[in-house]
Design a protein around this ligand. Structure first.
Ligand code: SOE
Length: 396
């Protein structure tokens, strides 16, 4: 019988739903986990009706005082799903209380906040996690394993996109469009995912940003009538009053990796027609990989060592337990496909493993790992603002 792990969820909203679902389902599907997450307490602001959220999702207790929840001796693990500006204060409180803590991506809204979190975690030797959930699409985990197994060889070229189109002029001034709450716009929200994905799949680190563009196309938006909360899945119809947007709608940049590969990263909330399309392509001496999230069960693979007579892209359906595809043994038979929510359940399983001193199926970023992604985010914004190359050594 696995030992209970009393979880506290700090925040509600869109990520409150994905994480609640993950903790609700993980022990049903992942047999033999070393810890069994108990949905102990959820925190929401008074105006977010924490009692209703807790009851709906099955959290045993609820509170509107996040500090009391984090400090409670009943809590074994703190999970942060607040808007970015609260990641640092809540994580610092959890570390002070001697609690393992995980936060939604990005690590923080700013590099300064992220640095405080990393330093505190290191000093306290705290177990930390960041929910870069797309690593746990089985296809992305498989890509990581194939590169690690040398199937692609020396990597020449990496191409990453994260394109959405919910950021049109009718979208109100949600917290994601406000620098003081989010830190940046599409960049910290979307490029964060593909920078992490590129680092995870290639196993390499970026050494310089060779050029970047940041753009805010829609300069003001209607102020939501119910506060700054709300996300792409929520947020009310705005009032008539308008507020200034002080973050990006799109950021594109070029980069170099330590082992020599060149790379392009593109994100936008105004890529009309792309609803939630992230993806990576990796082109190497021995082959190539291609992933697109809107077709998330497939990984395309080209074996360049094959006979040119029959060489071509293979479309791997990454749901085969017999094929040893990551995480699939917990789910369904071949080709009964998985979705967005399964990546969070897969992450919850790995967090329980790591908290118990076991290995995750594929690496989970801790605060120090996610800090490297945060440095690239910062370097790209500096490169865009200064219109020059920025070496990663300039961004500590
Ligand atoms: C909004 O862009 C968002 O909710 C991101 O914040 C998530 O990380 C992504 O998974 C879906 O889109």
């Amino acid at each position: 019988m696995a030992k209970a792990c009393n979880v506290a969820l700090i925040g509600q909203g869109f990520m409150g739903r994905t994480h609640s679902n993950a903790f609700l389902k993980v022990s049903k599907f992942f047999k033999g986990l070393p810890l069994d997450p108990v949905m102990h307490t959820s925190f929401g602001m008074k105006q977010e009706n924490p009692k209703v959220f807790a009851k709906h999702w099955g959290w045993r207790n609820y509170s509107d005082d996040w500090k009391a929840v984090v400090r409670s001796r009943d809590i074994d693990y703190v999970d942060i799903v607040t808007p970015n500006f609260m990641h640092m204060p809540v994580a610092m409180e959890a570390i002070r209380a001697g609690k393992p803590v995980g936060t939604e991506k990005p690590l923080a809204g700013t590099l300064k906040d992220a640095k405080k979190m990393v330093d505190a975690a290191k000093k306290a030797k705290a177990k930390t996690f960041v929910w870069y959930n797309y690593r746990r699409c089985p296809a992305v985990s498989l890509a990581h394993q194939l590169v690690k197994d040398g199937k692609i060889g020396r990597i020449f070229h990496v191409r990453c996109i994260y394109l959405q189109d919910w950021g049109g002029p009718d979208t109100p001034l949600l917290w994601r469009f406000q620098k003081k709450l989010a830190g940046s716009g599409a960049h910290g929200d979307l490029n964060a995912h593909i920078i992490d994905m590129a680092r995870f799949v290639t196993g390499d680190e970026i050494t310089e940003i060779s050029g970047a563009i940041a753009e805010t196309f829609i300069k003001e938006r209607t102020i939501p009538s119910v506060g700054a909360a709300g996300g792409i899945a929520g947020g009310s119809k705005g009032s008539r009053k308008k507020g200034k947007v002080d973050v990006d709608d799109a950021v594109l940049f070029l980069a170099r990796f330590k082992k020599g590969a060149v790379a392009s990263f593109e994100c936008s909330r105004l890529a009309m027609g792309y609803q939630n399309q992230n993806g990576i392509e990796v082109h190497g001496e021995k082959g190539s990989l291609r992933f697109r999230f809107e077709d998330m069960n497939y990984l395309e693979y080209l074996d360049y060592t094959a006979n040119p007579k029959t060489r071509g892209w293979t479309k791997i359906m990454c749901t085969s337990a017999a094929g040893g595809h990551p995480y699939v043994e917990a789910w369904w038979p071949d080709a009964h496909i998985l979705g967005y929510e399964h990546t969070f359940v897969n992450q919850a399983a790995d967090i329980m493993r790591v908290l118990a001193g076991k290995k995750p199926v594929v690496p989970i970023p801790d605060f120090a790992d996610a800090y490297e992604t945060q440095r690239v985010l910062e370097a790209a914004l500096v490169a865009a603002a200064k219109r020059r190359v920025v070496k990663m050594s300039e961004v500590k």
